[in-house]
Design a protein. Structure first.
Length: 740
């Protein structure tokens, strides 16, 4: 292949086609030379030395190089691992700014930069391999970014109205019977009308996609046991959509996954659903010093990675994945920012969830809330306007930072998850802690000027048990992962309701179903932003595996046939009704904090014992108090709509009995239920019932008793008095309770 090369430009980085040719630009401050490698349809390689170096950017322009051209880089420089330099031009490298990547790596020894018999064991990374890796490497693809968005823009849905659905692109659609087989497991499958119909029926407003950046699907420790990376938390590039989620007939030829991803986003936006990406800027899929050389390690190891200062052969590892990106370096910080802006401006995504976000704040060693990363985000005219969610921890010392992120950021609230799990499994926990989490965790967010939607509330997520498994297993069962059950979290705060795993015991199965309704009701009636793990509405089980990162099979995929089970169909219907109920009532999705202290009654909220009296300090601090009535005053929301009109809603009583015994609740006197008005309360929801929601006209009044079954939530809505409930009716509700 005869190719002309012109000087070109150092910006933008990556490969950019201008209609006549393509400009290539690569940052490497320690390289000595850079070869651009072009591949034809048969895999034959042509190497072109990039002719220009401008401010550590190697660049060149190639006329007549068009979209569809496959390429990679070979970077020349010192091979001095003890000094942090690991250049090896025998290794083909992925462009950090590539917009599309064709295929996956084929794991093998050629991918490693070391191969020298003089070095063995722990020192083998000091060796040098002359084996070429091109045949085992995926190829970058020049793409045409033109796309007809037909007027599509970011949805910018209000945070307080947001309901997030965390889901895996492939797992969601891989077995969906209404999606054509050739589209299952792809971006096109997620954008298919059948997939969107399910999302719309739920009422969710945003999908949070597990990583879609092109990732290392075949890490070395999984290949020998016949497994591979399913979740995708091993990024190899921060611009290219993972080609494995694209329809196979376009992904490997023209970089068609880019257009396919855009079509998915456009379809979801047309349905009123935002797209949030789970992004992994804290580490890459190259692992530690013994890992393969695939991209950044070979481009410029010392610049891109955070190395141990006095032993730069090794990596700082705040992630548990072998390396950490060097966010202190301005060019690496620029890489992250360029990636984020690209996904917003070019791919139209609505926000990001940052994996192990505390690692991005480590300018020195300790987490710094005012690090450069957060300051840049705050002033950026594009990124400061999208949804930003932090996973507020990493594995380094001081990495648990729930509540400490700055303005503009919401956080996965791990304290919410832990508190609610403990509350419903009859584990000692303060009622005051439950109240704080239920009302938005003001103790974590209010003092810094943040609002309730800073708290992303969740019971389950991809990492851990599904909701069905949370009520079915006390212990993890991860033997299928090939690590002798050592992987995954061992302390899950779960309760199997009396028997481990699958059972035919109807009493246990009934309780498990009820516990799922309790968790879902707690989640969607809490203040903050609820996040539902995809599949929990279907009773999805992973059979006790709480770490399915390597299970690209039916263990982790959705089982749509499960809806043939009446119990799962009832759960789906209940979840749909529950979400829609929340959306109809602004009292459950307030934008502002409740007035007064959380541990005391205020005009907008009241806290009462099962006997109908206000909670005392003793009640708030008791580790065994598991009953409470919460009064939510819909006349006192103290907030206006977009046109300045005061928002009001119905008022509610939420009676919660998390004990293993039936309890008779005395309905409290509230600011609405006084002797002169005597409004009534109508039961709207009862988690003891398989349907959850109630359709009757029985009205209860203050100072009357309402029996609650064990481990039950009853929601009552203020209603005009129709008839006084009789004592016979009162006595009917407690039948069928289980005891411990």
């Amino acid at each position: 292949m005869s190719v002309s090369v012109w000087p070109g430009r150092p910006y933008p980085l990556g490969a950019h086609w201008d209609g006549e040719g393509t400009n290539f630009a690569l940052f490497s401050e320690n390289a000595e030379a850079v070869d651009l490698c072009l591949f034809d349809a048969q895999g034959a390689e042509t190497r072109i030395r990039l002719p220009e170096l401008t401010y550590d950017v190697w660049h060149g322009y190639l006329p007549n190089i068009h979209p569809g051209q496959r390429y990679g880089y070979r970077v020349h420089g010192p091979h001095q691992p003890k000094e942090g330099h690991r250049f090896n031009s025998h290794k083909l490298l992925i462009d950090p700014y590539a917009l599309a990547i064709a295929g996956d790596i084929r794991f093998g020894t050629s991918l490693f930069a070391y191969e020298d018999e003089a070095f063995t064991g722990r020192d083998r990374d000091l060796g040098f391999s002359t084996t070429d890796s091109a045949e085992a490497m995926p190829k970058c693809v020049v793409v045409d970014t033109a796309f007809d968005w037909e007027g599509d823009t970011l949805l910018n849905l209000p945070w307080h109205e947001t309901i997030i659905y965390e889901v895996h692109v492939k797992g969601f659609t891989q077995t969906h019977p209404a999606i054509p087989a050739e589209l299952r497991g792809t971006y096109a499958g997620l954008g298919h009308p059948a997939a969107i119909a399910h999302l719309k029926s739920l009422g969710i407003t945003a999908v949070e996609l597990l990583p879609v950046h092109h990732f290392n699907a075949y890490p070395g420790h999984l290949v020998p046991v016949g497994l591979h990376n399913y979740w995708g938390y091993d990024s190899l590039n921060y611009f290219a959509p993972h080609s494995g989620y694209s329809t196979s007939n376009v992904a490997d030829v023209q970089g068609g996954q880019v257009c396919e991803f855009k079509r998915m986003v456009k379809a979801l936006h047309q349905a009123g659903i935002e797209v949030i990406l789970d992004v992994v800027y804290n580490h890459t899929g190259e692992g530690n010093h013994l890992g393969p050389t695939l991209t950044l390690r070979g481009v410029d190891n010392a610049a891109y990675y955070r190395l141990v200062e006095d032993m730069p052969r090794y990596y700082m590892d705040f992630t548990g994945c072998g390396n950490s990106l060097n966010v202190r370096h301005p060019q690496i910080l620029k890489l992250i920012m360029d990636s984020l802006r690209y996904w917003v401006t070019e791919m139209h995504v609505d926000g990001f969830r940052f994996d192990l976000a505390s690692a991005l704040a480590r300018e020195l060693y300790a987490v710094n809330q005012l690090s450069a990363f957060f300051n840049i985000i705050h002033q950026d005219p594009v990124l400061s306007r999208v949804k930003l969610i932090a996973e507020p921890w990493d594995l380094g010392e001081g990495g648990y930072q729930v509540g400490n992120f700055p303005h503009l950021w919401s956080e996965w609230n791990g304290q919410y998850r832990d508190t609610m799990r403990d509350f419903w499994r009859d584990h000692p926990s303060r009622l005051g802690e439950f109240a704080s989490r239920f009302t938005g965790s003001s103790d974590l967010y209010q003092d810094t000027g943040r609002l309730p939607y800073a708290s992303i509330n969740f019971i389950t997520a991809h990492d851990g048990f599904t909701l069905r498994d949370l009520v079915s297993y006390n212990e993890k069962h991860n033997m299928a992962n090939g690590e002798n059950n050592r992987d995954g979290e061992s302390y899950n705060r779960s309760w199997n309701c009396g028997e481990e795993g699958e059972t035919n015991d109807e009493k246990i199965l009934t309780l498990r179903s009820q516990q799922q309704r309790n968790f879902l009701t707690t989640l969607f009636l809490s203040k903050g932003v609820p996040m539902l793990l995809g599949g929990d509405e279907l009773g999805r089980t992973q059979h006790g595996n709480n770490n399915t990162y390597c299970q690209d099979n039916t263990l982790a995929w959705f089982d749509w046939n499960s809806l043939n089970n009446s119990e799962n169909q009832q759960l789906l219907t209940f979840t749909q009704q529950l979400i829609q109920f929340r959306q109809r009532h602004p009292v459950f999705c307030r934008r502002r904090w409740f007035e007064g202290r959380i541990d005391a009654c205020a005009v907008d909220i009241g806290w009462f014992t099962a006997a109908g009296s206000e909670l005392t300090d003793k009640d708030w601090n008791s580790p065994t108090a598991k009953t409470v009535t919460i009064f939510l005053n819909g006349d006192e929301l103290r907030t206006d709509d977009d046109r300045g009109q005061a928002i009001t809603d119905d008022s509610f009583l939420l009676c919660i009995n998390a004990t293993p015994k039936a309890v008779s609740f005395t309905l409290p006197q509230t600011s609405l239920s006084n002797p002169s008005q005597r409004p009534g309360w109508r039961r709207m929801l009862d988690t003891k019932l398989t349907t959850g929601f109630v359709h009757d006209d029985v009205v209860y009044y203050a100072e009357q008793t309402l029996p609650l079954s064990a481990r039950t939530i009853v929601l009552l809505q203020c209603a005009p008095g129709k008839r006084l409930v009789s004592s016979e009716t009162n006595a009917a509700g407690a039948a069928g309770d289980e005891t411990e």
